[in-house]
Design a protein around this ligand. Structure first.
Ligand code: PDD
Length: 282
């Protein structure tokens, strides 16, 4: 059965969902997006995702296509129309269609597109084993705090990881780890401290990152928000990545260095469990 896709006010079968070739999302990656998780038919941390969407649009002086309330209502319609019990809802806002010009059009009507993906997020078997990652040079632009659809470097990094027999890539810049191809990353030191890079234009301010740090504080775990090197990561007791699509994903190998016993560490497992419990509780 074909999915129902939302395009600018219409709910359409996916084959009929179309955007102009002059859309600036297509021509200039002049578009921002959000991915929210759905568990038991309910959106997880969605208000924070929509707040970040507003920030991304503001940073690019993009006109909002709808209010947060309207967007939430469409997201819920999409969950219902596509029968999503568990999975993802993707939404994208573009500056709209205009004749190709590097100057930004003043009067283009922004586009809003949404689609859903059914996925077993809470019972993801990969999380039970953990993943391996390689480090790659961070060749992305300098405003990674804005969630734009200019994802080619991230896609190249992910593919390089798969080609190397790993599962994902971590971006390294000036000798320090920034984040994963589509997630924020954490290590746990020998003395049990959780380290994750401080926020800034160099990384995306992850919604899952924020919630996981709050949960860790509640557990009285020690957190340090600072940059760390790949070498420090190789020596870590454990590591994990966070995102709306994978929640908390244990990392067991970095550039061939096996962490701990090569299985998901206790803090990663605990944070995954706490995150899912919190999400389910709403
Ligand atoms: N990616 N960093 C990058 C570069 C990301 O693309 C993402 C999310 C994150 C984690 O952010 P959050 O916890 O808010 O999902 C960090 C989404 C899932 C994606 O592109 O599919």
């Amino acid at each position: 059965m074909s999915r129902i896709v939302y395009v600018n006010g219409e709910y359409l079968p996916e084959e009929d969902a179309k955007i102009s070739v002059f859309d600036r999302g297509f021509l200039f990656a002049d578009a921002v997006y959000e991915v929210s998780a759905v568990i038991d038919g309910k959106l997880i941390d969605n208000a924070a995702h929509l707040a970040r969407l507003t920030r991304s649009m503001n940073e690019l002086k993009m006109t909002a296509p709808a209010t947060g309330e309207e967007i939430t209502a469409i997201q819920n319609q999409m969950i219902e129309r596509n029968g999503i019990d568990e999975g993802l809802i993707y939404l994208q806002v573009t500056r709209g269609a205009a004749d190709r010009d590097f100057a930004m059009p003043k009067d283009a009507a922004p586009s809003l597109v949404m689609f859903t993906q059914k996925k077993n997020l809470t019972g993801n078997a990969v999380a039970g084993k953990g993943i391996s990652v390689i480090t790659v040079q961070d060749i992305r632009w300098k405003r990674r705090d804005i969630k734009t659809v200019a994802l080619l470097p991230a896609s190249m990094a992910k593919q390089a990881a798969l080609d190397a027999g790993a599962n994902d890539a971590w971006f390294v810049e000036d000798g320090f780890v920034n984040e994963g191809s589509s997630n924020n990353v954490f290590i746990v030191t020998e003395d049990g401290k959780i380290i994750t890079r401080h926020l800034g234009n160099e990384i995306l301010s992850g919604i899952t990152r924020k919630t996981v740090l709050e949960l860790a504080k509640r557990e009285n775990l020690v957190i340090e928000e600072r940059a760390f090197t790949p070498e420090e990561a190789y020596e870590a007791r454990e590591a994990f990545a966070t995102s709306a699509s994978a929640f908390v994903m244990p990392v067991v190998k970095i550039d061939g260095h096996i962490l701990g016993n090569g299985v998901p560490g206790p803090i990663a497992e605990k944070m995954r469990k706490l995150y899912i419990e919190m999400a389910k509780a709403g």
